[in-house]
Design a protein around this ligand. Structure first.
Ligand code: S3P
Ligand code: PEP
Length: 457
């Protein structure tokens, strides 16, 4: 793990000394890194991931794949010839070289509380030649997984799920999986669909996944899965490419080893952009992609509606606050992971907000709707839960402890509030290590750029 041992149990969120004016280099995308690792592991030749995110969720993914026999090596080399420090995964080389190999059991996978690990890897495990045990944090036992388990069974896998539809469980890999057509209700997590598609080129018959049920959340993440599959040579038919609504088909075939540069994590850019909005300042995030499937790109529109303006240039995305923060009425179903940060900004706005379409957040790292309501109200806020989101009526807030429930996005939301409210103490800020281990130092550096000479790329 890369969390700083020096972080206090209660982290005093710094009050902004004035309008921020900073350039913040944001580490790689969790979602891209973990898809890149899975696809490279399933390829027929070695591949590279450059600027991968090194955080709890991605190190768990890398370790799980290694446990099943995949080679993942740290390297500073930019040529495919050399690699070094094969055992130095958590360190800081510039790239990972992934060397696919036969997938072997017995092995044990620790999923932590990573949705991507607990959903994307059972289909990979079904291809292994022995039993793969899955276990994780207590919260991982409560997060939905039944759709993936049932679908894998229907596609030919043997799974012992003592907890009936949830972790812990054992996937008895048979060395191959038949695949074929399957129906799944993925309304509780788009990751169910992504999970089946990612491994499907290696199923004997590929897959046809038909979503049945209420609306699918987080569609950009499914598009990310499809784009990344295509970039390694997979043939994928989607609703957007002329197929039926809610149906995705992947043809069986070998995947190519690629050299992929991971984009910055735009959802992790959120608190920094929010700082520009809240303080009436300016923040530039270098390497913001011109085209991306990341949901964080929607911040350009959402935060502009809340009172800022942005410009995408060759230097990156510059977001400038106007000094005013407006409430919004917005459906966040496609971009649910942005909800905690938007709720924090909304609590500081000059008018009420309604955040809709995010009932499934009750099953994320924590029940995010309940947690945001409770914690904002304990600081004097006026937030109510709706069936599918939050009503936020801003009023003056006061300091206090902001509990984070082992949810990285609760911790960064609390830091946003702390910019404008004196005396906010963030419980367990180290939990940001799930996707952004350097968060406290990055935050301090943003507020006082002179204090920290160089930020890590
Ligand atoms: O596929 C992915 O990388 C993700 C999909 C989304 O999950 P849900 O559809 O469960 O919300 C998102 O919230 C999560 O942070 C990452
Ligand atoms: C929901 C999230 O994570 P996970 O991948 O664990 O679902 C998130 O990062 O906001």
């Amino acid at each position: 793990m890369t969390e700083s041992p020096a972080l206090p149990a209660l982290w005093p969120a710094p009050l902004a000394p004035g309008a921020v004016d900073a350039t913040v280099t944001v580490p790689g995308s969790k979602s891209v890194t973990n898809r890149g690792l899975v696809l490279a592991a399933l390829s027929s030749e070695p591949g590279w991931l450059r600027r991968p995110l090194r955080s709890r969720d991605t190190l768990l993914m890398a370790e799980a794949l290694r446990t099943m026999g995949v080679g993942i090596e740290e390297t500073a080399s930019s040529s495919s010839a050399g690699s070094a420090g094969a055992d130095a995964l958590p360190g800081g080389g510039e790239a990972w070289r992934i060397i696919p190999a036969g997938l072997h059991g017995p092995a044990t996978v620790d999923v932590g509380n990573a949705g991507t690990v607990m959903r994307f890897l059972p289909p990979v495990a079904a291809l292994a030649d022995g039993p793969i045990r899955f276990d994780g944090d207590p919260r991982s036992y409560e997060r939905p997984l039944g759709g993936v388990i049932d679908a894998l069974r229907a596609l030919g896998a043997r799974i012992d799920d003592d907890n009936r539809g949830a972790l812990p469980m054992t996937v008895h890999g048979g060395g191959a999986l038949e695949g074929g057509a399957v129906e799944i209700d993925a309304s509780s997590s788009s990751q169910f669909v992504s999970a089946l598609l990612l491994s499907a080129p290696r199923f004997n018959q590929g897959v046809e996944v038909r979503h049945v049920g209420a609306a699918l959340p987080s569609m950009p993440h499914i598009r990310m899965t499809v784009d990344m599959l295509r970039s390694v040579g997979a043939q994928v038919d989607t609703p957007e490419s002329g197929g039926e609504p809610n149906v995705w088909r992947v043809t069986p075939g070998a995947l190519l080893g690629r050299d992929l540069v991971v984009e910055p994590d735009l959802s992790n850019a959120q608190p920094f952009l929010a700082a520009a909005l809240v303080t009436g300042g300016r923040v530039t995030v270098p390497d913001w992609p011109e085209h991306t499937t990341q949901p964080g790109d929607a911040l350009r529109e959402i935060f502009t509606a809340m009172g800022g303006s942005c410009e995408l240039t060759e230097h990156g995305l510059t977001f400038t606050g106007s000094g005013k923060i407006h409430g919004v009425d917005v459906d966040l179903g496609e971009v649910g992971e942005l909800t905690p940060g938007i709720a924090a900004v909304a609590a500081l706005a000059d008018s009420p907000s309604t955040l809709r379409g995010v009932a499934h957040l009750r099953l994320h790292e924590t029940d995010r709707l309940a947690a945001l309501t409770k914690e904002l109200n304990e600081l004097g806020g006026d937030v109510t839960e709706t069936a599918d989101g939050l009503h936020i009526r801003p009023r003056p807030l006061h300091g206090g402890i902001f509990h984070t429930y082992e949810d990285h996005r609760l911790a960064t939301a609390a830091a946003i509030i702390g910019l404008a409210v004196e005396g906010v103490e963030v419980e367990n800020v180290a939990t940001t290590g799930k996707t952004l281990p350097d968060f406290p130092a990055m935050w301090t550096a943003m507020l006082d750029p002179a204090a920290v000479p160089a930020r890590r790329a």
